[in-house]
Design a protein around this ligand. Sequence first.
Ligand code: ADP
Length: 266
Amino acid sequence: MIILKIGGSILTNKDSKESEVDTESLKRIASEIKSSLDNSYKELIIVHGAGSFGHPPAKKYKIGEAFDESEYPQKRIGFCETQNAVKELNMHICKAFIEQGLPVVAIPASSFMTATNKRITEGNLDSFKRYLNKGFIPVIYGDVVLDNELEICVISGDQLIQYLAVNLNPDQVILGTDVDGVYNKNPKTHDDAIFFDKFSSLDDLDTLEGTTNVDVTGGMVGKIKELLYLADLGIESKIINAEVENNVFKVLENEKVKGTVISRGN
Ligand code: ADP
């Protein structure tokens, strides 16, 4: 089984205030996945980020921050707005995938997962296994969920990757984003950033700058933390640049692709 995350940074225009799908990237990535599955059947789970759809409402309503009982009506609406926004992005993505002939089925986190202090603590994955057994491709995405401590919170696609990998024991965990992998500092703002083929500790970062984009879920640092947790359990993951044509196809085919492997080994 392969768990493939497609970053919100590639699927949407994250810098934009408006919800905007990058239809060209989406179509290209869908067709790369289809070509690989046509080459040989693979069990695949797709995770995607929320990009410019989920972050603005989550930020506006400060979802995940403690609040007074009197603020509940507003928070509830914020939860609904966010859930609806990420669902809208998911519908665009699933539509593009189905058009390419990929049998995707959306399984939203808000419908079956619960968190405690922003970490997923409940979420039965049996339906993932059942859909996989029948040849479907389950799709899950960054979403809002109920939280036992904070009432409501945001769950990032990166946390979902971690939860799925811990519980489903995949052969490969791949994250496609808009940079080649992990650098010692943000390559978008630092020309002298040094690229890592392998990454094993947060100490290797010069700065803990999250991301250039509006992101309430931690950007690259949040991503790395989730993946280091997996590395501690012996589950290796790889970050690649999904903006580079054919990278998604190649990585699914086990061909060499530039990227950063996150593992605790040498
Ligand atoms: P996605 O939406 O694809 O999951 P994010 O936008 O959350 O991705 O994170 C990717 C972004 O993180 C990159 O566009 C880059 O600008 C930023 N970033 C910040 N620090 C680093 C770093 N040390 N190495 C690589 N990218 C970094």
